[in-house]
Ligand binder design. Structure first.
Ligand SMILES: Cc1cc2nc3c(=O)[nH]c(=O)nc-3n(C[C@H](O)[C@H](O)[C@H](O)COP(=O)(O)OP(=O)(O)OC[C@H]3O[C@@H](n4cnc5c(N)ncnc54)[C@H](O)[C@@H]3O)c2cc1C
Length: 407
């Protein structure tokens, strides 16, 4: 059994930032621009591991590029309106290099607590690199980082959600999470049950069609908001942002639903019903992102993607649905989302809820007490990440300046 005794202690002169995704990188970059050093820790072996390791090949940014830029560095001019995953990763790597942010990789944070007596954060991280575990035998190599500030930037998508269905063990084919999916090549000619109808579920179905697989998409409760990605060449997201300047959210929601009806037609006919709460309301309160259609609806209408209701149980060759129908499947892909992992490692603190989100809602959830901060938990994608990063860095820089000038 591996032990977890602290084998090294590192004093951090500046904030400890946990997570080297867009949020952690932008906090560290904004701090650096203000002359504040930081230490960025990530359990992965690269920056933006979600994008590099856990997303499919055909992924592009869902929103127009100017909503996805990080503070202080625009996208290169030759990038398209919706950059590809590779382009976004290149951008993030260039961002880290240009800002001089060098994360410490393979550092999985297992606990963080505030030491009241010392007025300092104690953050324990296990070295999860293959070389470390091989050379250290049974002993985990644990480093304790000690510093005045802690920035939580581990993201809303830290861990996979894999629902436990009755009879799952009986199913004979492979079951995977969408974070493992790269392309439909491996599924050519196969019947694939895709569980979940968010942006990932829809896009994976589209990709499966393009690789001559036969996808059936499970739409639990048959309810999801689908909006066109663009209307007459204008991004739907831009329209929503523009309208929100003048109108309340509930009214913008109604307008969006109406426009979706005009541009996409009646989706009930193809088995997709709209939730009673509006798309922006659901996004902001529950984190349920509306689907921005990039072609899946057309494939549903043509019959290439079958829409089926929720799953009751699995059997050897497929699944029984809540309406009593049986659907045959050779493989199952769970496009069932992710959850935050903060409660697993941030101890003795009630700034975060049990679900791992700041208790105080947007726009005030970026600052806790005793030098605790969060970045990237606003349910507002990369624009939320950027706005948090700027505020967090500004606040810490002020405290840093006071501290250094009083010294
Ligand atoms: C498929 C997909 C597409 C998206 N497309 C868009 C889009 O087009 N536009 C948009 O605005 N938003 C988009 N988002 C939402 C969001 O902007 C991204 O998820 C973005 O990557 C969030 O950045 P982050 O830094 O907060 O989290 P992440 O990118 O998830 O980074 C968190 C980092 O923390 C690390 N970490 C986690 N736990 C620990 C730990 N215990 N110890 C050490 N390190 C840890 C992880 O390894 C990871 O590198 C998308 C999300 C997904 C899943």
């Amino acid at each position: 059994m591996a032990s977890a005794a602290i084998s090294k202690v590192v004093w951090v002169n500046g904030p400890i930032v946990v997570g080297a995704g867009p949020a952690g990188l932008s906090v560290a970059a904004c701090l650096k621009a203000r002359g504040v050093p930081s230490v960025v820790l990530d359990r992965a072996d690269c920056v933006a591991s979600l994008w590099q390791r856990r997303t499919y090949d055909r992924l592009r940014l869902h929103l127009p590029r100017h909503f996805c830029e990080l503070p202080g560095m625009p996208f290169p001019d030759d990038y398209p309106e919706y950059p590809t995953k590779r382009q976004f990763v290149d951008y993030l790597e260039a961002y880290a290099a240009q800002s001089g942010v060098e994360p410490r990789f393979n550092q999985a944070v297992t606990s963080a607590r505030y030491d009241k007596a010392a007025g300092l954060w104690r953050v324990c991280a296990e070295d999860v690199s293959a070389t470390s575990t091989a050379s250290a035998g049974d002993e985990d190599v644990v480093t304790e980082y000690i510093g005045r500030w802690l920035v939580v930037a581990t993201g809303e998508n830290a861990e996979r959600i894999v629902p436990d269905f009755e009879g799952m063990d009986e199913f004979a084919g492979p079951v995977s999470h969408v974070s493992e999916y790269k392309s439909g090549e491996a599924y050519r000619g196969k019947r694939v049950l895709v569980v979940g109808c968010g942006n990932s579920g829809m896009e994976v179905c589209l990709d499966l069609c393009d690789h001559n697989a036969l996808p059936a998409m499970v739409v639990r409760d048959s309810k999801v908001h689908v909006l066109p990605r663009e209307m007459l060449g204008v991004a739907t997201f831009s329209v929503a942002v523009f309208l929100l300047r003048f109108l309340p959210q509930w009214l913008v929601d109604r307008i969006l639903v109406l426009l979706a009806r005009v541009f996409l037609g009646d989706l009930e006919k193809i088995g997709i019903r709209r939730p009673s709460r509006g798309p922006l309301e659901l996004k902001n309160s529950r984190g349920r992102t509306p689907v921005l259609d990039i072609g899946a609806l057309a494939r549903i209408r043509s019959g290439d993607i079958e829409v089926v209701p929720g799953i009751k149980r699995f059997f050897r060759g497929g699944a029984e649905l809540v309406d009593g129908r049986r659907v045959a499947a050779d493989a199952v892909i769970m496009a069932t989302g992710y959850h935050s992992n903060v409660p697993q490692w941030l101890k003795g603190n009630d700034f975060f809820t049990q679900e791992g989100y700041p208790r105080v809602p947007f726009p005030d959830g970026w600052k806790g007490e005793s030098g605790l901060y969060s970045a990237g938990f606003t349910r507002r994608g990369l624009s939320g990440v950027s706005s948090d990063a700027v505020k967090v860095a500004q606040d810490i820089a002020m405290a840093w300046e006071q501290q250094t000038s009083s010294r």
